[in-house]
Design a protein around this ligand. Structure first.
Ligand SMILES: [Zn+2]
Length: 376
């Protein structure tokens, strides 16, 4: 969409919207032509009674939530039947049934590129992405121990992820598959997190820069005649090499993961970065049904206004116009700020919000949302 037209649309949306309106419970309300929907990310506790889940889903419905995005695979165990991954409990199957009973969409949230399954670490070291110093992520993960990212260009990696996606896609009644960590490691992490790790990233440094495995180097050399490790004095300065990494992730997403996921009416969505360049995640070029940018303003030392500015930029850049839901970080939002961030998001063209995460949704947040709904 052209920027001018977009700004005009913001103006129209703003004029028609009551200040402080929060979760719009009706799908008849529209933003940028899409029905407004609200979502919550859920990181499930183990072995919770189904009665508790039922109470939760019924409460979500009352709070104006349309969908639950449930983390059922976090790079090791599956919380659903799988013929090749270790299974903890078949939670997803039960939640699908509950979702139909309560009218809450259930989407399977899966980690994509990290792989912390000891079997693969031991038997498939070639799966793992390699940094600019030649260190593979399974032995030298960046920042945190679980940053064992796989390489998007290794055929075995593609087959592994596709197999997991196919398992989920075959589940009857599941509404969608939600991809997370569908990227390379952060070559530069968010500004507010750098002091946490006691680092200063004023430029791209090789220990955080991926992937320099032999497969990636060979592929790039065939395209460009350049070996990024041997021939580039400063690989971070090469636009061509940067684009190659963007395209590597995009190719995996568009040519393999989306076709595997989009069967039997499944919706395909992803949690994505507002500063996508830093994680080689050019999601504006992907073919998904919706995006959930994680607009965690506090990670970037930004104000609430930044949420709207970033949304406007990302929505304008999309190759295909699809709904974008504003991912909001509850631990950094008072209930009043949550209402304000929601308002800002809708005015910037978001088709609703996604709250991170259910366990941070306090009683105070819930009361504020309910009061706001009843005032409409
Ligand atoms: Zn590679």
């Amino acid at each position: 969409m052209e920027r001018r037209r977009f700004i005009k649309n913001i103006g129209l949306a703003g004029a028609g919207m009551l200040a402080g309106s929060y979760l719009l419970s009706s799908c008849q309300e529209k933003s940028m032509g899409f029905p407004i929907k609200n979502w919550v990310w859920i990181t499930p506790e183990a072995n919770l009674p189904m009665d508790t889940w039922k109470e939760r889903f019924e409460e979500l419905k009352k709070l104006g939530m349309h969908g639950a995005i449930v983390q059922v695979y976090a790079s090791h165990h599956a919380m659903y039947g799988s013929d090749f991954l270790p299974v903890t409990e078949p939670l997803l199957e039960k939640l699908i049934v509950l979702g139909k009973e309560t009218g809450v969409e259930v989407h399977a949230w899966m980690w994509t590129m990290p792989n912390n399954n000891p079997y693969y670490i031991e038997n498939h070291p070639e799966f793992y992405a390699v940094n600019g110093l030649g260190q593979p992520s399974h032995t030298h993960p960046a920042y945190v121990g679980y940053y064992r990212f796989m390489c998007p260009n290794q055929p075995g990696v593609r087959d592994f992820i596709v197999r997991n996606v196919q398992t989920l896609a075959s589940m009857e009644g599941l509404d969608g598959i939600h991809f997370d960590y569908i990227r390379l490691p952060d070559v530069i992490i968010a500004e507010a997190l750098q002091p946490v790790y006691n680092i200063v990233q004023d430029r791209e440094y090789p220990e955080y820069d991926y992937c320099y495995c032999q497969v990636c180097r060979d592929m790039f050399r065939e395209q460009s005649g350049i070996d990024p490790l041997k021939d580039l004095e400063d690989p971070s300065a090469s636009e061509q090499w940067r684009d190659f990494r963007y395209h590597s992730v995009t190719r995996l997403v568009n040519q393999h993961l989306i076709p595997a996921a989009r069967v039997n009416g499944k919706k395909v969505t992803a949690a994505v970065f507002p500063n996508w360049e830093s994680v080689r995640q050019q999601w504006s070029q992907w073919d998904m049904d919706a995006y959930f940018p994680m607009l965690y303003h506090n990670f970037y030392n930004a104000s609430l206004g930044w949420i709207g500015e970033n949304l406007a930029t990302q929505i304008a850049a999309l190759k295909n116009p699809v709904p974008v839901y504003s991912g909001l970080f509850l631990p950094s939002l008072t209930p009043e700020e949550l209402l304000e961030a929601t308002e800002i998001s809708l005015q910037a063209g978001a088709s609703g919000t996604a709250l991170f995460a259910l366990n941070h949704l306090s009683d105070y947040h819930k009361t504020t949302i309910l009061n706001n709904l009843s005032n409409k």
